[in-house]
Ligand binder design. Structure first.
Ligand code: ZN
Length: 146
């Protein structure tokens, strides 16, 4: 690490990471997200969720979204989302337990959504998950807020 330019680049990257305001997830045709834990800062003025479907299957067969809920209610929300149906992105409408969600995307597509600052509290227990029927039981992870 004797290259000063490289060192300063790394330092800048460190500063940028000090406040994590983006949730970057990839979903694939194996019904998996590329991460099981994501971390954001409670101080973010706004948090951006970015979902990329890296697979090839269409949305009706292997649709993915990202939904954020408190961990203790996420399963119940996902079950209600299933009843809401595909046209509703498998997300119950107007449900306060849905803290944020993207739309469903299929292979090769991507989408974004935002969470207003202050919605996620430091130390809270949150889960990010895909609410597509059958996916949410395994296609999920911990959202850590610092
Ligand atoms: Zn999915």
């Amino acid at each position: 690490m004797r290259n000063p330019l490289l060192l300063s680049t790394l330092l800048l990257a460190g500063v940028a990471q000090a406040q994590e305001c983006t949730i970057d997830l990839k979903g694939d045709d194996q019904m998996k997200f590329d991460k099981t834990t994501v971390e954001v800062s409670a101080a973010c003025p706004e948090i951006t969720i970015r979902l990329t479907h890296t697979g090839k299957l269409p949305v009706a067969a292997m649709g993915h979204n990202v939904v954020i809920s408190a961990s203790e209610v996420y399963q119940a929300v996902a079950q209600d989302g299933m009843k809401a149906g595909a046209a509703a992105n498998y997300v119950p409408a107007g449900d306060a337990r849905v803290l944020a969600h993207t739309k469903l995307v299929g292979g090769g597509e991507s989408t974004t959504a935002t969470i207003a600052g202050g919605v996620l509290k430091a130390g809270g227990k949150y889960t990010f998950y895909c609410s597509f029927p059958g996916h949410w039981a395994i296609m999920k992870g911990d959202l850590v807020v610092r």
